[in-house]
Design a protein around this ligand. Structure first.
Ligand SMILES: CC(=O)N[C@H]1[C@@H](OP(=O)(O)OP(=O)(O)OC[C@H]2O[C@@H](n3ccc(=O)[nH]c3=O)[C@H](O)[C@@H]2O)O[C@H](CO)[C@@H](O)[C@@H]1O
Ligand SMILES: C=C(OP(=O)(O)O)C(=O)O
Length: 436
């Protein structure tokens, strides 16, 4: 079984470069489906399991995708298939982002119904409400969602009940080829939405207002392939910021955009962490003593849920009681149980976790429950006494390029190993020989 083994106690120093954002590159690759002419070149593509998965989905749809040297070339000019089976959607919910572009381009899209996952049930009703408002017929059956339109989608005014990132992206992509203008109200404002809008505009679309709560999309007859560079990953950047702070280190996080990290910077500064913009990045210096803070996760520009578990690791080291309230996902405290195995003093009260610090974290065998939880456990391991072994690395591989290598380069005592697990027959064998 693959594990990350980390021995706590090293102060991190040096610099680390942030990759293109996972949550931006996935919708951007999906948006390439919209180009009926020309080839797209996408730059700053991180080598992540999720990128391989979305590439596979596109290839299944009969699209030519080549991934080399951090760039992806997509040619979607052939006749497209219209179905994405469960094996892809199960691996990665973001596979559902192909629904909007396929529906807009071909008039039909059949995608396996995404299930829930470890962080909550994650419905897709807001995506579907948007497609229906644009005139599509949506049917659910046999584990699939089918959306269909005769002719072109029609521009519509769509108010989202919640500023869902995925629904905003799916509807925005579909609307680029609709007849007339679509207005998305209460739209998500995340930097990844702006990244996608920039790409769509480069393809010939007219998307106005991305990054605000109202996005206006004027439909075009067709879109063409374009060149686009993916925005840096604010969640990866935030993870290394916490790594620097928790180890009382001094780390330059290259390529981190301060503007995208305001909620994290504000909370970390409240805790006593020193953060300065330096060149094209952020320098983070951890103090000897951390102050407790309260955090509530919210849609952007609120505190991101994807940095909640990493901050929990940091708050375990703060001098006093902190409260984290998770408002975005209903079940994103699975890591609490794992932190407890490391001597974390945390109580869950409804949608809040009460963290009593500072604790002396102890190395233990712990499992990633989702990708950010996995990263957070490694962060805790950086300051735990003894060895921490983190399993279920498939989650971490979805969102972090060479997590172990990057932390080791900063001075962490960390390695990724394939440790054999003693099988029952082997155990029986040793019991027998002990008895003999
Ligand atoms: C690939 C990607 O970009 N993933 C990010 C994206 O996920 P994702 O796009 O799935 O997240 P959403 O913003 O859609 O979901 C936020 C909340 O809205 C609910 N909801 C969403 C859609 C819907 O139709 N109905 C509904 O009720 C969800 O269950 C959840 O409680 O944004 C999340 C919130 O910042 C991040 O944690 C994920 O890392
Ligand atoms: C929850 C996340 O991703 P996804 O929506 O792809 O599951 C994440 O990136 O933390």
């Amino acid at each position: 079984m693959e594990k990350i083994i980390v021995r706590g106690g090293r102060r991190l120093e040096g610099s680390v470069r942030v990759e293109g954002a996972k949550n931006a590159v996935l919708p951007v690759i999906a948006a390439s489906i919209l180009a009926s002419r020309g080839t797209s070149t996408i730059k700053e593509v991180p080598t992540l399991a999720d990128v391989f998965t979305i590439n596979e989905v596109l290839r299944y749809l009969n699209i030519d995708v080549a991934f080399e040297n951090g760039q992806i070339h997509v040619d979607a000019t052939s006749e497209l298939k219209t179905e994405a089976p469960f094996e892809y959607v199960r691996k990665m919910r973001a596979s559902f982002l192909v629904m909007g572009p396929l529906l807009a381009r071909v008039g039909l899209s059949r995608i396996a119904l995404p299930g829930g996952c470890a962080i909550g049930s994650r419905p897709i009703d807001q995506h579907l409400k948007g497609f229906e408002a644009m005139g599509a017929t949506v049917k659910i059956g046999n584990g699939f969602i089918e959306a269909k339109i005769d002719g072109r989608l029609q521009g519509a005014k769509i108010y989202l009940d919640f500023p869902s990132v995925g629904a905003t992206e799916n509807i925005m992509m579909a609307a680029t080829l609709a007849e007339g203008t679509t207005v998305i109200e209460n739209a998500a404002k995340e930097p990844e939405i702006v990244c996608l809008a920039n790409y769509l505009n480069a393809m010939g679309a007219t998307v106005i207002g991305a990054g605000t709560g109202t996005i206006r999309i004027v439909g075009a007859e067709e879109l063409a392939g374009a060149e686009h560079t993916v925005v840096p990953d604010r969640i990866e950047a935030g993870t290394y910021m916490v790594a620097a702070a928790i180890t009382q280190g001094d780390v330059l996080i290259e390529n981190a955009i301060a503007e995208h990290l305001r909620p994290l910077i504000a909370k970390m500064e409240e805790m006593g962490v020193q953060i300065h913009e330096e060149g094209q990045g952020l320098r983070v210096r951890g103090p000897r003593e951390l102050k407790p803070v309260d955090i509530k996760t919210m849609p952007h520009p609120g505190f991101p849920t994807d940095l909640q578990s990493q901050m929990m690791a940091l708050l375990l080291r703060a001098n006093g009681t902190s409260v984290i309230t998770e408002t975005v996902f209903e079940n994103r405290f699975m890591h609490v149980e794992e932190f407890r195995r490391m001597n974390g003093d945390i109580k869950i009260e409804g949608r809040s976790s009460v963290i009593n610090g500072p604790v002396n974290l102890q190395g233990a065998e712990v499992a990633s429950t989702d990708l950010r939880a996995g990263a957070a456990l490694v962060l805790a391991g950086l300051v735990a006494e003894g060895y921490t072994r983190v399993t279920e690395l498939k989650h971490i591989d979805r969102g972090y390029v060479d997590f172990t290598g990057k932390l080791a380069a900063l001075g962490a005592d960390i390695e990724r190993v394939n440790e054999g697990v003693e099988t029952t027959p082997a155990k029986e064998q040793s019991l027998k020989s002990n008895l003999a």
